[in-house]
Design a protein around this ligand. Structure first.
Ligand code: ADP
Ligand code: ADP
Ligand code: ZN
Length: 213
């Protein structure tokens, strides 16, 4: 199955992707995680990406498209994949369509997780992320068993630079202007599955399972 998880920053894409990948046996491809990895390694691409990310802007299309194109060639994607945070512009969506066409593949579902702005800001400002496995936590809504430590891998939890107030506001504006048009894009193609992202992680998970069954 080839899936896209769409939705504003903080909607719960990463949280749900981590569960879905275990359940469906397909890898999560998070362009945000891959870009942060490149930043940490200090690669030329990472250095270029960092300024956009810190400002809450999008990294140029050609950079992200290149990353995804390379990633979906990997053997673990042979049985399908889940894109988390990609595509984010119609140019990226068009590039993805071309990529999949060339390989004779198609998308099965685009799951759009919806939440209002007030909830998104609460979620993003309390988010903590594992440095090692990238799992997302929340200081109030989804705290780790031991403060500052990842339940899954023991890694250190930190606050992303772009989860501070100014960058959060900028990211929500970026989403509205550049990414939200993808909702209509995929609706026109009959692929959009809208899911209410409010409620517990478990409730949202059940809605997603239903939407793709
Ligand atoms: P969130 O899950 O909070 O929405 P991500 O981890 O997906 O955030 O992305 C963090 C940042 O990485 C984005 O603000 C953007 O700068 C960059 N980024 C991630 N994916 C893309 C993409 N598909 N296109 C352009 N930039 C991206
Ligand atoms: P995204 O990848 O869409 O940016 P995340 O999965 O990283 O979103 O979730 C953003 C924040 O909200 C994290 O701190 C996460 O723990 C928290 N969160 C995720 N789902 C829920 C939920 N259903 N209820 C409350 N908080 C949630
Ligand atoms: Zn971890």
């Amino acid at each position: 199955m080839n899936l896209i998880l769409l939705g504003p920053p903080g909607a719960g894409k990463g949280t749900q992707a981590k569960r879905l990948t275990a359940d469906l046996g397909i890898p999560q491809i998070s362009t945000g995680d891959m870009l942060r990895e490149a930043v940490r390694e200090g690669s030329p691409m990472g250095l270029k990406a960092k300024s956009y990310m810190d400002a809450g802007a999008l990294v140029p299309d050609e950079v992200v498209v290149g990353i995804v194109e390379e990633r979906i060639q990997q053997p673990d994607c042979a049985r399908g994949f889940m894109l988390d945070g990609f595509p984010r512009t119609t140019a990226q969506a068009d590039a993805l369509a071309t990529m999949l066409d060339k390989k004779g593949l198609k998308l099965d579902h685009v799951v759009c997780i919806e939440a209002d702005k007030e909830e998104l800001v609460k979620r993003l400002s309390g988010r903590r992320t594992c440095r090692q496995c990238m799992a997302p936590y929340h200081v109030l809504f989804n705290p780790p068993k031991k403060e500052g430590v990842c339940d899954k891998c023991g890694g250190e939890l930190y606050q992303r630079d772009d989860d501070k107030e100014e960058a959060i506001r900028a990211r929500l504006v970026t989403y509205e202007s550049q990414t939200a048009p993808l909702i209509a894009y995929y609706e026109e193609r009959g692929l959009l599955r809208r899911v209410n992202g409010l409620g517990t992680v478990e409730e949202v998970y059940e809605r997603i399972k239903q939407a793709i069954s």
